[in-house]
Design a protein around this ligand. Structure first.
Ligand code: KIV
Ligand code: ZN
Length: 500
């Protein structure tokens, strides 16, 4: 059996999704979970991009022991020096350099001729190889590049010691047969290609990223770039969970391949990434969406009870999804609460456990039955922002037929209480306007969603939104049995990310 190397770029390409920004501590938390999941390479960031990114890549390099840690760099000395320095402490450091090779990029982005690009690529590969033993090279926009040109570029960087050649479908333009022939042609036309591993990196602009990645594997790629929940630039990247589960489920096609992924960690990883980026997972998302394993039609339900495989091609337990269980109520004690969280795979320190338990008691006062999904939301809330600049101290609203909706909100800013009133088009709008007044921010609401975490009239409401503050998008989420409070908490969560 041949191994498929899983190269996870959630912390780099995934983090490039607008509003998905993560601080170094959150990145480290995700990196630990990715290591537990069993990814072979963690692309931890783009170190030259900002001091925060450099620090995150360096912290991850210091702490991660099993997975290789990779830093991205353009073919520029400063980028490569920074990436090599950031990954240096890693047990398995890697630098990933990239340079566009398509005519459109050469003409409009660089205004350079092919021979100049070839020289830059060769020089950068040599420069990088002197600073790190493991170098990956990507001819950006490869799928729209002239074949003869990328063969020359690939051959020359391999001559300089590059050991992985990644083929990016940067704009998600390609389709499976095309990717198959591109990889096959590279294998047949680059004389020294045997000295490198071929990787694939697909974007999802046409919804083909998983299909394209699988096609590349069939053609000879042995490393695949992917992200958790498929997050990434624009429509995102190929999703790790889809690729890994396709390889595992379709043994008849992919029986010759294996990955090191512990699939039972998939759901937990997906939730963690969704929670820390505040990116909602669409209910119909393959593998990890809320509806991925639920059956609505009576005919389907009946058949699944008789034989699961009639309508289910995977066992939800294989990806770490357990059916939501009724677990606790308001009389449950701290011990039962802690035990249940441990079984669900959460590791909380004493302070986090105390906060989560207090929050649980608060919710249990208002909601009779607490399910696993409620617990997950409560805990995820508690581990999200450690020291918020703004905390909700209290609120009241007035709304109804023929009443102009209004809200009064009190916030705690590092011990100081500030109250403001505002009217609005509805109670939520009135609250958001009041929050803008207190924080003196002109935040533009770009997206707002509200959903029930579990069923029942007393269900926890989970609000998720995106705010544009000074041209940058911040996402936020919050939950409560009161949906207005959930909305305020989500707004504050986004504002606090700006204020950090
Ligand atoms: O999509 C892309 O081309 C990239 C490169 C940096 C590999 O993300
Ligand atoms: Zn990309």
């Amino acid at each position: 059996m041949e191994k498929i190397i899983i190269f996870d770029t959630t912390l780099r390409d995934g983090e490039q999704a607008p509003g998905a920004s993560l601080n170094p501590q959150q990145k480290l938390e995700i990196a630990f979970q990715l290591e537990k999941l069993g990814v072979d390479v963690i692309e931890a960031g783009f170190p030259v991009a900002s001091p925060g990114d450099f620090q995150a890549v360096q912290d991850i390099s210091r702490k991660i022991k099993k997975s290789a840690v990779c830093g991205l760099a353009r073919c520029l000395k400063a980028d490569i020096t920074s990436a090599a320095k950031a990954v240096k402490p890693a047990k398995h450091p890697r630098v990933h350099i990239f340079l566009a090779t398509s005519k459109i990029h050469l003409q409009y982005k660089f205004r350079k001729a092919e021979d100049e690009i070839l020289k830059i690529a060769k020089y950068a590969a040599r420069f990088a190889r002197l600073r790190c033993a493991d170098i990956e090279f990507s001819p950006e926009d490869a799928t729209r590049s002239e074949r003869q040109f990328i063969y020359r570029v690939i051959e020359s960087v391999i001559d300089e010691g590059v050991n992985t050649i990644n083929i990016p479908d940067t704009v998600g333009y390609s389709y499976p047969q095309e990717i198959y022939s591109l990889i096959t042609d590279i294998r047949n036309n680059v004389p020294n290609i045997e000295k490198a591993v071929i990787a694939i990196h697909c974007h999802d602009d046409l919804g083909l990223s998983t299909a394209n990645s699988l096609s590349a594997i069939l053609a000879g790629a042995r490393q695949v770039h992917c992200t958790i929940n498929g997050i990434g630039e624009r429509a995102g990247n190929a999703s790790l969970e889809e690729i890994v589960m396709a390889l595992k489920t379709r043994k008849d096609v992919f029986g010759d391949f294996f990955t090191r992924i512990n699939t039972r960690e998939i759901y937990r990883t997906s939730r963690l990434v969704s929670n820390l980026t505040d990116f909602v997972i669409p209910p119909n998302k393959a593998i990890v969406g809320r509806n991925a394993f639920s059956h609505e039609s009576g005919i389907h339900q009946d058949a699944v009870l008789k034989k699961r495989s009639t309508y289910e091609i995977m066992d939800p337990h294989e990806v770490g999804i357990s059916s939501s269980q009724l677990v606790l109520g308001k009389h449950s004690g701290r011990h039962a609460f802690g035990d249940r969280l441990k079984n669900m795979g959460f590791k909380l320190d004493a302070k986090q456990l105390n906060r989560a338990f207090a929050r649980f008691k608060d919710v249990a006062d208002k909601k009779k039955d607490i399910y696993d999904d409620d617990l997950r939301i409560i805990v995820e809330d508690e581990i999200r922002v450690i020291k918020p600049a703004w905390k909700l101290a209290g609120f009241s609203i007035s709304s109804g037929t023929n009443i102009k909706p209004s809200a009064k909100i009190t916030l705690d800013k590092r011990g100081k209480l500030l109250s403001v009133e505002s009217t609005g088009d509805g109670p939520v709008d009135a609250c958001f306007r009041a929050l803008d007044k207190i924080t003196h921010l002109k935040a533009k609401l770009e997206d707002f969603r509200l959903e029930a975490v579990t069923s029942g009239k007393d269900a926890l409401g989970h609000a998720n939104l995106k705010l544009r503050i000074k041209s940058i998008i911040y996402s936020g989420s919050g939950s409560s049995t009161d949906i207005i409070e959930a909305s305020i908490l989500a707004y504050l969560n986004a504002v606090n990310k700006y204020a950090i």
